[in-house]
Design a protein around this ligand. Structure first.
Ligand code: SF4
Length: 702
């Protein structure tokens, strides 16, 4: 919201899903001065290193794309063209592809960094007007297992809790996440709460002893892929000790017996051995949870990016259900979104398997409702290609034209060399981005310069369902345009009606109307309210409603029976099993001061001070067995490819496991350090989220 002072603006951080509020002022020379918004309920003025330095990344214009560029074939150089010519060419190619090969020959790949209004227009354009559901997002790579877990167990992709539950909880279980580095402001709130209340317990589950573990009362350093054995064993102890909330389980859940039978398939001793943790520590974790009045489970990619990611979500959410810790203060399951607007994208149906306002693509009535609303005859019932299915469809030549917005799949897709070959096979690639540093540009037949953060208006939804309005603060450079405007221009060039918006506020209002009557109803939350009253958590169904802090306070879930549903859970991991030739397990992840593929954070000197080079973290015993010393150059290899970086020897990682940061791509390091050279196309069978956290590898001296 714009403040009363005409050079002061309100926005949010464009990095992680914590969604910290930011105030920007312009000094006399028109430079941007940035600080945390003291009135924003999420961060109360605090910012982490990435957020504090966001304005440096956004004011550095050295790499910005300034005008559309086009080439007639891959043998021709890219040449500057007008917006009008760019749109005509895009429309001509997409029309020809659809006419010749059908609507499923084209697709869009978008991003959890897009604003909700941009996501909405893209989804309407593709599903409503191009006639295909081939629009997926990079949220597929991070949150889709949590989406499926919530939807199956609670009846809706709905995070039940709020950040204010942190201060009301007395036991936290953080699994497969390192919020001290990746969600720092959220973690600072946990830290401050624990400092004030030393009896508060923190359990961390992670094969690495990360910065988050420094605060933990108990670190369960499990073998990768064994999470379900651990959570099931904790539940078994709770059941055997009579610590289950049977009033809640009998009154508000179903299928508990089947779930309990699956939990009893393994003894606590077997689980301890599988996980490589002690029986005592499993019992201790159970005792902390049993004693808690408020119990929060928090998780991120360590659970989601797995061949059994949805089952891991089932297992963790079950911990909240058996103890009745959901829908009450300080309690509930809380997935941490990695991107600033992963949640907003889900709201508008920005996944290949969803429809707007969390409607289901598989539901004929839902398709009809949305088609009628958009004024089109019908919406295809065929699910679109998910991210990895896009790679396969490109390889087969079935997906011919791909439009990529605000994401850099050449670095972030799994099995990167295979993904690269697949992109090279496309007939036509559009890259809509802000930066020349995107590796994916090398495959672009058409480059469209987009406006960046601060350069456009819109909304984002953070991890706790909180919608915040973002002011436009500065004009975009050159001929760059907001993503929503680019998409509307393309739609009009295609001859489609329904894209004559005069402002992004109109797009937002249309999206709000489409949510009316759904579980994510925000028909009562206008731009005027967001500007005047600040951010709010959905649902906000009336103009007098002030938002919903916590879901399921009445224990009525969104399933048809209104009961939460347990699932029997098979604990076995489905990842490729290590062999004598490839005996180590590679896990990939983030470092504190970098973001995704570094097209923004990589430009900021201050952020490079923390860690400026890629590295392989390896246990001293594994290093010694291979004659590897600190800072030696090593090669990590497997069936997919190889990576060459320096070794960082650390007893903080589990023996048999190695860690590579995910940030460095081809443009920065040729492709020597691209972690996804080593990951595979294996995905969770339900969520289609890749198994980024478990690849078998061998490491040797270079
Ligand atoms: Fe930005 Fe996340 Fe840091 Fe907040 S915690 S400032 S949202 S990166």
């Amino acid at each position: 919201m714009r403040s009363t002072h005409d050079t002061s603006y309100k926005t949010t951080c464009s990095y992680c899903g914590v969604g910290c509020g930011i105030v920007i002022r312009k000094d006399r020379k028109n430079n941007l001065v940035l600080e945390g918004n003291p009135d924003h309920p999420v961060n109360k003025g605090m910012l982490c290193s990435k957020g504090m330095n966001l304005h440096y990344a956004m004011q550095d214009m050295s790499d910005r794309l300034l005008f559309p560029e086009m080439r007639w074939s891959r043998n021709h150089p890219l040449q500057r063209v007008s917006w009008s010519d760019a749109m005509k060419r895009a429309a001509a190619v997409f029309s020809a592809m659809i006419k010749t090969y059908g609507p499923d020959s084209v697709g869009f790949y978008v991003s959890g960094q897009c604003l909700t209004e941009e996501y909405y227009v893209a989804n309407k354009l593709v599903k409503g007007f191009l006639g295909t559901n081939n629009i997926d997002t990079n949220s597929r790579l991070c949150m889709s297992s949590a989406v499926a877990g919530y939807a199956q167990m609670l009846g809706e992709d709905a995070v039940p809790v709020a950040y204010e539950d942190i201060e009301l909880s007395d036991c936290f279980l953080i699994a497969g996440a390192n919020p001290a580095w990746c969600h720092p402001i959220l973690f600072r709130r946990i830290e401050a709460h624990k400092q004030k209340n030393p009896e508060v317990k923190l359990i961390v589950v992670d094969p690495r002893r990360t910065q988050t573990c420094a605060l933990a009362d108990l670190h369960l350093q499990i073998n990768p892929g064994t999470d379900i054995y651990l959570y099931n064993a904790i539940v078994r102890v709770l059941i055997e000790n009579g610590e289950v909330d049977y009033n809640f389980v009998r009154g508000h859940t179903e299928q508990f017996e089947q779930y309990r039978d699956s939990v009893f398939q393994h003894t606590v001793e077997e689980a301890a051995e599988k996980c490589d943790v002690s029986i005592h520590d499993i019992q201790l974790a159970a005792s902390y949870i049993a004693a808690a009045k408020g119990f929060l489970t928090l998780w991120a990619m360590g659970l989601n990016q797995s061949a059994i990611g949805v089952k891991k979500n089932h297992a963790l959410i079950s911990l909240n259900l058996v103890t009745g810790h959901i829908g009450k203060p300080g309690s509930g399951p809380f997935s941490l979104t990695g991107q600033p607007n992963a949640m907003g994208g889900r709201e508008v149906g920005g996944l290949a398997t969803m429809l707007a306002a969390h409607r289901s693509l598989a539901n004929a009535q839902h398709r009809e409702e949305v088609a009628k609303f958009w004024g089109v005859d019908s919406i295809s019932s065929r699910p679109g290609y998910t991210a990895t299915q896009m790679i396969e469809a490109l390889e087969r030549g079935e997906l011919k034209a791909l439009w990529i917005i605000c994401t850099n799949p050449l670095v972030s897709w799994p099995d990167a060399r295979r993904a690269e070959a697949a992109l090279a096979n496309a007939k036509f690639v559009v890259v809509q981005d802000i930066s020349r540093r995107s590796d994916t540009l090398q495959f672009a037949d058409l480059i469209l310069p987009a406006a960046g953060h601060f350069e456009k208006e819109g909304t984002m939804t953070n991890s706790e369902r909180r919608i915040t309005h973002l002011d436009k603060i500065v004009d975009p450079p050159g001929e760059a345009l907001p993503d929503a405007e680019i998409l509307c221009r393309f739609a009009k060039a295609m001859g489609f009606k329904g894209f004559d918006y005069t402002s992004v506020e109109e797009i937002y209002a249309e999206h709000c109307r489409l949510t009316k009557g759904t579980n994510i109803d925000i028909s009562g939350l206008s731009y005027a309210r967001l500007r005047a009253e600040g951010s709010m958590q959905w649902p906000v169904p009336e103009a007098t409603h002030s938002g919903t802090t916590r879901l399921f306070a009445d224990h009525a879930f969104y399933t048809p029976s209104r009961k939460a549903k347990f699932y029997p859970i098979d604990a076995e991991n489905l990842s490729a099993v290590p062999t004598p030739e490839l005996p180590l397990i590679l896990t990939t992840g983030r470092i504190r001061d970098q973001w995704h593929t570094m097209t923004k954070t990589g430009k900021v000197n201050r952020l490079r001070q923390h860690i400026d080079k890629p590295f392989l973290e390896i246990h001293p015993d594994d290093a010694a067995a291979r004659n590897i010393g600190e800072d030696d150059v090593v090669v990590i290899r497997n069936e997919q490819g190889d990576v060459r970086v320096r070794a960082r020897i650390s007893a903080e990682i589990k023996r048999g496991v190695v860690f590579l940061p995910m940030h460095w791509g081809r443009m920065l390091m040729k492709d020597a350090a691209r972690a996804n050279n080593l990951t595979t196309m294996l995905v969770d069978p339900v969520s289609k989220e890749p198994d980024f956290k478990f690849s078998r590898v061998e490491v040797e001296l270079y």
